[in-house]
Design a protein around this ligand. Structure first.
Ligand SMILES: *[C@@H]1O[C@H](CO)[C@@H](O)[C@H](O)[C@H]1NC(C)=O
Ligand SMILES: *[C@@H]1O[C@H](CO)[C@@H](O)[C@H](O)[C@H]1NC(C)=O
Ligand SMILES: *[C@@H]1O[C@H](CO)[C@@H](O)[C@H](O)[C@H]1NC(C)=O
Ligand SMILES: *[C@@H]1O[C@H](CO)[C@@H](O)[C@H](O)[C@H]1NC(C)=O
Length: 375
């Protein structure tokens, strides 16, 4: 929403209320009800991002941000009004407000999309339009509307923008819109945006890489077609590279481990689908197991989750690699000792206990797997 539009609305709102007051009897007409610029409070970024999804929200905001002295005076005046006067006044204000109707989310999306599609606008205005879409697509109905309004195509086009902030926001929008939404996942996959997003994961601009990986995960989560495209495009190697590189941003490494767990889990649920061979590739498995040596507990936990799912896949080869190549039994024993120690630290006790129970689960699954593996 453009700043001046909001300012205008607030001005009109307060103005309408004042006009109503003035128009009714019993009110001191000499009092000044005109509104100075101070009444229309400066709107900051945060408030804009929150948006006013309802008229009520905007009213509350307008009241909360207007001059308290003036409001107090107004309240006194209102006390002099009779019930029927008040009712009439309420009705009139309501009528006035209805004429000032807030645009619907669909209209707001249309404006943002048209702005993104207008090459004569400034970078600043593109940023604004993308920020708006980012908030709007959080609502599932809006996410579902995005493609019908031509929004996906223009947002995907911005993945190519030379401005990195624009690219990352576009990726973020695609991630948000496709989260737990098979319809939007499919639409974005049909645009062929997955491979572009995967390239962005390799960006040296870490914020861009993080948002791109977020979008990739959202796009292929519980989506077998998306996962196939991801594998065909070398997604497993991409994840392996990130996991193996201890110099990589920790958020990227956590997200990668989490995605591995998620993909293995999905494989367990879709037993009809052939297991991709990298799931039993020893280098891939080792890149996951080695995450347990990280000093980051969150990363360790995600690695355990991934190992647990990977161990439950059909491949016996993987069981052998976990034992012989990754030394999983040694790793699990070392973790057990570390977690025992961590439990003595009061601030870490709960987390350590949770992780220990996960570690025990991994150990059980590992033993079971080894029973099936011929020596
Ligand atoms: C009207 O307002 C003026 C200025 O605030 C004040 O001096 C005057 O006494 C008020 N008159 C009435 C009838 O309230
Ligand atoms: C693009 O933006 C410019 C500047 O705001 C405006 O004059 C023009 O009408 C817009 N073009 C379209 C196609 O909306
Ligand atoms: C973007 O603009 C082109 C023409 O410049 C038009 O053909 C297309 O429909 C527009 N897309 C959207 C989503 O408005
Ligand atoms: C991005 O740019 C590349 C190379 O210039 C081009 O091949 C591709 O189609 C563009 N993608 C989008 C979504 O515009």
């Amino acid at each position: 929403m453009k700043m001046w539009v909001i300012r205008l609305w607030v001005l009109l709102l307060l103005g309408a209320a004042a006009a109503e007051l003035e128009g009714l009897g019993g009110i001191n007409r000499s009092r000044d009800y005109s509104f100075s610029d101070d009444d229309v409070v400066k709107i900051n970024e945060e408030e804009l991002d929150g948006g006013f999804s309802t008229l009520d929200g905007m009213l509350q905001w307008a009241i909360g941000n207007s001059n308290p002295e003036k409001l107090k005076e107004t309240a006194k005046d209102v006390q002099c009004l009779s019930t029927s006067d008040l009712k009439e006044r309420q009705w009139k204000i309501k009528e006035a407000l209805e004429q000032l109707k807030m645009p619907s989310d669909a209209q707001l999306m249309q404006i943002a999309i048209a702005d993104l599609n207008n090459s004569s606008l400034s970078l600043e205005e593109y940023h604004r339009a993308l920020q708006e879409l980012l908030v709007l697509v959080e609502v599932i109905d809006n996410a579902n509307d995005l493609n019908n309004l031509g929004g996906l195509a223009v947002v995907i086009r911005e993945l190519n923008n030379s401005d990195q902030e624009i690219r990352l926001t576009a990726a973020w929008i695609l991630g948000k819109a496709s989260q737990n939404n098979p319809t939007v996942q499919k639409q974005i996959l049909n645009f062929g945006a997955l491979s572009k997003l995967m390239k962005m994961v390799r960006s040296s601009f870490v914020e861009e890489a993080t948002k791109a990986l977020y979008a990739v995960s959202a796009l292929i989560r519980n989506n077998v077609d998306g996962q196939k495209l991801f594998y065909a495009d070398g997604g497993n190697l991409m994840l392996q590279d990130i996991m193996r590189n201890s110099g990589m941003d920790i958020r990227l490494r956590r997200k990668s481990a989490f995605l591995v767990a998620d993909l293995a889990e999905s494989q367990l649920e879709n037993t009809d689908e052939a297991e991709p061979i990298f799931f039993s590739n020893k280098l891939f498995l080792k890149s996951v197991v080695d995450l347990t040596t990280s000093s980051d507990l969150d990363l360790q936990e995600k690695a355990l989750m991934a190992i647990k799912s990977l161990l439950q896949l059909r491949s016996n080869e993987a069981g052998r690699h976990f034992k012989d190549f990754c030394d999983l039994d040694v790793v699990l024993e070392r973790m057990r000792k570390q977690l025992q120690q961590l439990m003595t630290v009061e601030t870490h006790k709960d987390l350590a206990m949770d992780m220990e129970s996960l570690r025990v689960e991994v150990e059980i699954v590992f033993r079971k797997k080894l029973e099936k593996v011929p020596a």
